[in-house]
Write a protein that binds this ligand. Structure first.
Ligand SMILES: C[S@@+](CC[C@H](N)C(=O)[O-])C[C@H]1O[C@@H](n2cnc3c(N)ncnc32)[C@H](O)[C@@H]1O
Length: 262
């Protein structure tokens, strides 16, 4: 079992009203890991790289009192317009930073949620993850290759790439993430591979919303079971190395890297 997976809390033991992640078990896994890791360490310093408006933290910031452990979250967003509603729509009280100058070796976890597929210079991005992590810190790189199978996104898939390649405009870029290339780059930079999980193929993510209609005491049990199922399947079919499946059926993927001493 990877360090990531073994750190995820058992949802069964936590009081869940609504995680807001009812339709996305990749996100449930990530917040389960953050809570489990925070329990171990007492508190966590987290950098949200490519934070957008920060609404992905509402599950924590709106019910801080429900959790025993403190998450100190700092958000960074290179395209400032994408953070125009930061702490406005939802008062998250998250610290927003305008540059990454003082971020060296500062964070237990660097989180990137649905970001990597939009990043043009991926090596530079991985450098930032490495630089910002404390020793033994994690970079949790979640991405969605589903954009590229959505016919409605054809303009952005096509023109975003052309603009990024031939002009200074990179903000519309989106392209496939080939996870094996990313792992190789990350290892060259000094990160170690911990795990890669594809979320998936066999579960209809709209149906996951049904979890929110269940009796509260059963929600945790259901989430635990679904996550175990998704991870077991991901391992068995080894999606990462299976070209017939890779990038074709997953709705979300998470790569977990760790910064170790060289
Ligand atoms: C789909 S949004 C996700 C926003 C947020 N993480 C969330 O979960 O809602 C992708 C974000 O990646 C950001 N982004 C693109 N290139 C980036 C880079 N090189 N470094 C950091 N963030 C980047 C974009 O500005 C955008 O806000």
């Amino acid at each position: 079992m990877s360090e990531f997976t073994s750190n995820i809390i058992s949802w069964e033991n936590i009081k869940i009203e609504n995680t807001n992640f009812g339709n996305n078990s990749a996100k449930q896994d990530i917040c389960g890991f953050l809570l489990g890791y925070a329990e171990q360490k007492g508190s966590l310093d987290i950098l949200d790289l490519g934070c957008g408006n920060g609404s992905q933290w509402e599950w924590y910031t709106s019910r801080k009192d429900n959790y025993k452990y403190k998450l100190n979250i700092v958000g960074y967003e290179p395209y400032i317009n994408n953070a125009a509603n930061f702490n406005k729509k939802i008062n998250n009280s998250i610290e927003f930073i305008y540059n990454l100058d003082n971020c060296n070796n500062k964070f237990d976890v660097v989180m990137c949620m649905s970001v990597l597929e939009h990043v043009y210079d991926r090596r530079k991005f991985l450098y930032v993850c490495h630089r910002a992590c404390k020793l033994k810190g994690y970079a949790i790189i979640n991405f969605d290759n589903g954009h590229f199978f959505n016919p409605k996104e054809w303009k952005r898939n096509f023109f975003g790439r052309i603009l990024a390649k031939y002009t200074p405009i990179k903000k519309y870029y989106q392209d496939f993430v080939d996870v094996n290339i990313i792992i190789k780059m990350a290892e060259e930079i000094g990160m170690t591979f911990d795990d890669y999980i594809d979320y998936h193929v066999f579960i209809n993510k709209k149906r996951l919303k049904l979890i929110n209609n269940c009796v509260p005491k059963n929600k945790g049990k259901i989430i635990d079971k679904i996550q175990k199922f998704e991870k077991d399947i991901s391992k068995l079919i080894n999606v990462k190395d299976n070209k017939l499946i890779h990038n074709k059926f997953s709705y979300s993927s998470t790569l977990i890297l760790k910064k170790l001493e060289r």
